[in-house]
Design a binder for this molecule. Structure first.
Ligand code: 5GP
Ligand code: ZN
Length: 117
């Protein structure tokens, strides 16, 4: 849980460098270091929560809503509306989550497949 050792908290603080594409007081959007599509942006609340399952109650609901809405705004800004895109969040081991700080992946610029691996 400790945000001292959390990679995305470090990026939010500026202790670890990242390619920040958009920033608000409560959210950042950064380029993924290992992109899986021509556009692969991570939308990250500045507040440390481990995963979507920890965003509970009215405050958590608002955080999830704002984060998802911001991801769609970033998609628009990056010109993805016409072609479409995918937004996904991984929770826990079975979800494939590797960084334990809530984030949404915004993927676009190529045709996605389903089911995911
Ligand atoms: P998860 O697997 O938790 O859903 O997603 C974590 C994402 O963070 C991965 O897509 C991974 O490539 C990305 N990532 C890991 N370390 C870094 C980093 O230091 N900088 C950036 N920009 N992305 C990272
Ligand atoms: Zn964190």
């Amino acid at each position: 849980m400790g945000s001292d050792s959390c990679l995305f908290c470090k990026i939010v603080r500026g202790d670890v460098k990242a390619d920040i594409v958009y920033r608000t007081p409560t959210l950042i959007a950064i380029k993924d270091i290992n992109p899986q599509a021509p556009v692969h942006v991570l939308v990250i609340p500045t507040r440390h929560l481990t995963a979507a399952r920890d965003a509970r109650g009215e405050e958590g609901t608002q955080l999830l809503g704002r984060t998802l809405a911001f991801a769609t705004e970033v998609a628009t800004e990056l010109g993805l509306d016409a072609g479409g895109y995918r937004i996904v969040t991984n929770s826990g081991a079975d979800g494939g989550q590797t960084v334990l700080h809530l984030h949404f992946h915004l993927l676009g610029g190529r045709r996605m497949t389903w089911p995911p691996g």
